[in-house]
Structure formats: structure tokens, C-alpha cells
Design a protein. Structure first.
Length: 133
């Protein structure tokens, strides 16, 4: 049986959110960072620390959802200004996992500086913006 071609096409959707140390002040607390539609599959993205967090000992961040808080990133070091690519899993988001969360873990004195950007690229299964062929 041959493959059934799908003529439906869509653009890759880009979303990003900027945040600072003041937006994520409490350790081990999941903060809602971005809404993701049902049937979305994340195909790219990164957490970019633009200003290093200045906590006394350690500052890390997980990126995930309500079901798996580390689905896309685990213990990214916030004390270093750098870009960390997200781990791509092929996960299809459901209505339950419709929000991407960031969860910080701090040891030591609270940060008084720090900023980052979370960016993702995704497509939505079953969506078509135009056709090809």
C-alpha cells in the first residue's frame, strides 16, 4: 500500500518569552511561561541566559510542563550567560500539557540580577495553512 500524501502545509510557529530573576523568585516553584496549543510538537528552541543570575551558590532552571517538569531542559545553569538548546522529544501536547513551565532551583542568597529568554518553534498536528499540490 503506497503512502497517502498530505497536501496540507503550515509554517513553523515561533514563540518566545523574556523573564528576569524577579519573575521566578521561589525555588522549586513551577512558573507558567508560555501557552502551547493542543497537538503541538516542539521542533526547536532554546533557553538563553542574557544576564547571569547572581545567586550566592547555584541557580538552575528546568523547562517542561505539568506532567513532566524536565521534558525540554534539566538543570540549565542560570549563572552563566549562554544559550542551551532544548531537548526535543517529539511529544504531542494535549489539553493537559498546554503550558510550558520553568522551575528554578536556587541555593544561597536570592538573586538581584539575571535575565533569560525561552524560545520555542513548533507545528500543530492536523493544521493546514495552505496546500501544496
Amino acid at each position: 500500500m503506497p503512502i497517502t500524501k498530505n497536501s496540507g502545509r503550515q509554517e513553523v510557529i515561533q514563540a518566545s518569552v523574556d523573564f528576569t530573576f524577579a519573575d521566578i523568585p521561589t525555588t522549586a516553584t513551577a512558573y507558567a511561561a508560555m501557552d502551547i496549543p493542543q497537538n503541538a510538537v516542539i521542533i526547536g528552541g532554546a533557553l538563553t541566559v542574557t544576564t547571569a543570575f547572581n545567586t550566592a551558590t547555584t541557580a538552575t532552571l528546568n523547562v517542561g510542563d505539568v506532567t513532566l517538569g524536565t521534558r525540554y531542559a534539566t538543570a540549565v545553569d542560570l549563572k552563566i550567560a549562554a544559550r542551551t538548546a532544548l531537548t526535543l522529544t517529539g511529544f504531542v501536547h494535549t489539553n493537559t500539557e498546554k503550558v510550558l513551565n520553568v522551575t528554578p532551583a536556587y541555593v544561597g542568597a536570592a538573586a538581584t540580577a539575571g535575565a533569560a529568554t525561552l524560545s520555542v518553534q513548533y507545528y500543530v498536528k492536523g493544521r493546514a495553512s495552505f496546500s501544496q499540490g
